[in-house]
Design a protein around this ligand. Structure first.
Ligand SMILES: Nc1nc2c(ncn2[C@@H]2O[C@H](COP(=O)(O)OP(=O)(O)OP(=O)(O)O)[C@@H](O)[C@H]2O)c(=O)[nH]1
Ligand SMILES: [Mg+2]
Length: 383
């Protein structure tokens, strides 16, 4: 077992999986933490659990505020077709970018930790409304976690894209590494995983392991880890190659993949450093853009945000008239998913659709429910 935990701690973690209410979960986590010995090998797990605890505490606070009719300053109403969360270390220029990209009023100042709550703004790009949310810094200038980090990350978790802002005039790579580490501790990964683990609990029948790929230690090792975590009866499907450390992480707390775009801001102050950092991050497979919130030439930043969302624009047509504004949809959306998005009842009555544009073989082609749409399509739904 990778982290080498005592049995009682393991059992507590298993109980956590089964806990239903927030209070229960918090109690079990507190107990688990007290049972995990304090040494190098358990450091990461302890940090992850403490963060989970912080998030649960935030959730509880929000619920209590909602019950008494209060509105938390930390809730943001989703507007527009997609949400982009702006995150980064203090003073990197997040608020300045929000202002420059959307015109929304948000406090900007030359001292750190100015932003104390989320500020939304609407970015218009080629007819699409995309909500950007400026968030309190998750790290100080010295790269220590701030006390609002869990709240900011909570909002980031629910967004479609993270715009990670680095300060080119300081130490952009160190900032990025600290941000990535902190996000991982909060269960968010910026790297697409090469494997997929699915646990389907069953009432009886013991453990069944289905592997399509290479698992360190083979099926027996998977069963051992699962049993130790209190999973006794389940079908565990693993697709791809995975180490036991990764498997354990998936079972204790599955990291969630988030799309990201890195903006190296203030790049006009130190263009060489900005360029070097950009190249390094690109070589690690990330999308990077050099930016300057002061330059106000942010068309390229807008375009890149739009591309990074990886969404498609689809226009609807009714009685021969094409909608002025497109709908923004996830790549891979089908005709029936589009119908559902327009109106729930539409899905049931949907007969066929006609499509003009990139996904049509002939213009005005008649297609079925499973037809996959492409950017720029015009669709008329026949119900
Ligand atoms: N030279 C230069 N200064 C910038 C740029 N972007 C922001 N600034 C300045 O950097 C300082 C911090 O900007 P903010 O936008 O408040 O930074 P923030 O990331 O929101 O910081 P906090 O919310 O305070 O943690 C301000 O003095 C801005 O004017 C840029 O591209 N170039
Ligand atoms: Mg700010």
């Amino acid at each position: 077992m990778p982290t080498n935990l005592p049995a009682e701690a393991r059992h507590k973690l298993a109980e956590y999986q089964a806990a239903r209410t927030i209070e229960e979960k918090m109690e079990v986590l507190r107990q688990a933490l007290s049972l995990i010995p304090d040494h190098k090998g358990t450091e990461k797990l302890r940090r992850q659990l403490r963060k989970r605890l912080a998030e649960l505490r935030d959730e509880l606070e929000e619920r209590r505020a909602a019950k008494t009719g209060g509105v938390s300053v930390f809730s943001v109403k989703k507007e527009g077709w997609a949400q982009v969360a702006i995150i980064g270390a203090a003073n990197s220029g997040k608020s300045s970018l929000l202002k420059a990209l959307t015109g929304a009023p948000t406090p900007v100042a030359d001292y750190p930790l100015t932003t104390k709550r989320p500020y939304p703004g609407m970015m218009i790009y080629s007819g699409c409304e995309i909500q950007l949310i400026d968030l309190p810094s998750i790290l100080t200038e010295e790269l220590a976690e701030t006390n609002l980090a869990s709240k900011s990350i909570g909002i980031a978790r629910n967004s479609d894209l993270l715009l990670i802002v680095l300060d080119a005039s300081k130490n952009p790579l160190a900032q990025f590494d600290s941000i990535e580490t902190l996000l991982e501790e909060y269960g968010i990964t910026l790297r697409k995983k090469r494997y997929e683990v699915e646990v389907e609990r069953t009432d009886s029948g013991g453990l069944r392991v289905v592997v399509m790929g290479e698992v360190e230690g083979g099926q027996e090792a998977v069963k051992t880890i699962a049993t130790q975590l209190g999973i006794r009866s389940a079908i565990i499907k693993i697709v791809g190659d995975i180490t036991l450390d990764q498997l354990e992480e998936e079972l204790i707390r599955r990291p969630e993949y988030k799309k990201s775009l890195i903006a190296i801001n203030k790049s006009e102050i130190n263009p060489e450093q900005a360029e070097a950092a950009a190249r390094e991050l690109e070589s690690r497979g990330f999308s990077v853009i050099r930016a300057s919130a002061l330059s106000h030439q942010l068309e390229e930043v807008k375009a890149q945000i739009f591309r990074s969302l990886d969404m498609i624009r689809v226009y609807t047509r009714k009685d021969g008239i094409v909608s002025a504004k497109p709908l923004l949809l996830k790549r891979g959306t089908t005709v029936s998913q589009l119908a559902e998005k327009i109106h729930r009842e539409f899905v049931e009555t949907l007969k066929y659709a006609r499509v003009w544009g990139p996904s049509a073989r002939v213009q005005g082609e008649r297609v079925g429910r499973e037809h996959v749409l492409q950017d720029g399509d015009i669709v008329e739904i026949k119900a």
